[in-house]
Design a protein around this ligand. Structure first.
Ligand SMILES: Cc1cc2nc3c(=O)[nH]c(=O)nc-3n(C[C@H](O)[C@H](O)[C@H](O)COP(=O)(O)O)c2cc1C
Length: 366
């Protein structure tokens, strides 16, 4: 039986171990430009089998929080090149998480102070982060407007373009963010999608945009460098679906032939309970659907894992376990897990925004 600390292949990516750093927004990229501090932060964590970057906006419209990075524009791309080369010099592997927030944004963050865009004009009852006098401040999201049918090809194009930029920046691949109530998840789920055209209504229609994005990116950079993140039942950012099992079984069957490097599943409520009484879900059945349909991508799991839970998941057939908060506080998490050493506790006060404190100053074992 493989252990967490053995190598694994995920599409074209050969990973030194089965531990991934989950994507973690840290709001430390003014003007959406990755900084030298970010290069240090990721390099410190390069012993992970795979680093998944913080969510990164594919376009200015896809932006929904203060000081998150982008994957468009020369300065943004130059900033990311410094990150990828530093990580590679340390022997790490790094993919970038491609993000369009959809309705989880604020007019202050949108080009021309426009309304955020969404499948339907339904406001998300959730907060975003603005900077007020330099201080990160949680603020209600703005009322979105429904995207016109004619705008959707442009959004698919933005994803494709961002994937091309990712490879030009030296990333080993991309992770499509289709989780946590952002644009693709909004299209997928009934709670945010009341469209009556080809992108709303039936499961097939609601899955259409996500599948178009995946296919465009696979066409652009190859499936072996493409992963996808999904959160079937998370309530994050005010999202819900009336029949998630059927929805995700359909989606995974469609993804199976596309040759993805990995499928990344958040089990339960992101950062919260792994089991939700009012939102039951059978993850083993989902995986079985994917494998039965020929899906060969690595199966990555996430949410509230510790060493014991991760060992059990790998024993049960998971290929990769992603850790989020533990990686914030433990740059040498892989070594600590291997030695069963105690973990540093993350400081929530420095999660979103700020400088080096609570970012690159967590101590290592040695
Ligand atoms: C500070 C913070 C930022 C996060 N940013 C992202 C993000 O950019 N993209 C994403 O998909 N999930 C994001 N998440 C969710 C984590 O990737 C992960 O799913 C969650 O923390 C549960 O895993 P854990 O229990 O190992 O921390 C974030 C979580 C935290 C705590």
């Amino acid at each position: 039986m493989p252990s967490l600390f053995e190598p694994v292949q995920a599409g074209d990516l050969h990973l030194a171990n089965r531990i991934a750093m989950a994507p973690l927004t840290r709001n430390r990229a003014p003007d959406a430009i990755p900084t030298p501090l970010m290069a240090t932060y990721y390099t410190q964590r390069a012993s992970a089998g795979l680093l998944i970057t913080e969510a990164t906006a594919i376009s200015p419209q896809g932006q929904g929080y203060a000081d998150v990075p982008g994957l468009y524009g020369t300065e943004q791309l130059d900033g990311w090149k410094r990150v990828t080369s530093a990580v590679h010099a340390e022997g790490g592997k790094i993919v970038v998480q491609l993000w369009h927030v959809g309705r989880v944004s604020h007019t202050d963050l949108q080009p021309g102070n426009a309304a955020p865009v969404a499948p339907s004009a339904i406001r998300a009852h959730t907060k975003t982060v603005l900077l007020k006098d330099g201080v990160p401040t949680f603020t209600d999201t703005s009322m979105p407007r429904a995207l016109d049918l004619g705008e959707l090809p442009g959004i698919v194009q933005d994803y494709r373009h961002a994937a091309r930029n990712a490879i030009a920046c030296g990333f080993d691949g991309v992770e499509i963010h289709a989780a946590n109530g952002y644009l693709l998840d909004q299209f997928l789920k009934t709670g945010a999608n009341e469209r009556t055209d080809d992108y709303g209504g039936s499961i097939k229609n609601r899955a259409r945009l996500t599948l178009e994005v995946v296919r465009a990116i696979v066409d652009e950079i190859g499936g072996g460098r493409t992963g996808i993140r999904l959160s079937p039942v998370t309530p994050a950012n005010d999202i819900v679906d009336e029949n998630p099992q059927q929805l995700f079984d359909y989606l995974l069957a469609q993804l199976a032939p596309l040759g993805l490097a990995y499928v990344h599943i958040i089990e339960g409520a992101t950062g919260g309970a792994r089991e939700l009484a009012d939102r039951p879900f059978d993850y083993a059945a989902l995986k079985a659907v994917y494998r039965k349909a020929g899906g060969k991508g690595a199966w990555m799991v996430n949410n509230a894992y510790d060493r014991a839970l991760a060992d059990a998941a790998v024993a049960a057939g998971a290929d990769i376990v992603a850790f989020g908060r533990p990686f914030i506080a433990n740059p040498d998490l892989v070594a600590r897990l291997e030695k069963n050493a105690p973990l540093n506790e993350p400081d929530r006060a420095t999660f979103y925004g700020g400088g080096a404190a609570g970012y690159i100053d967590y101590p290592t074992l040695y």
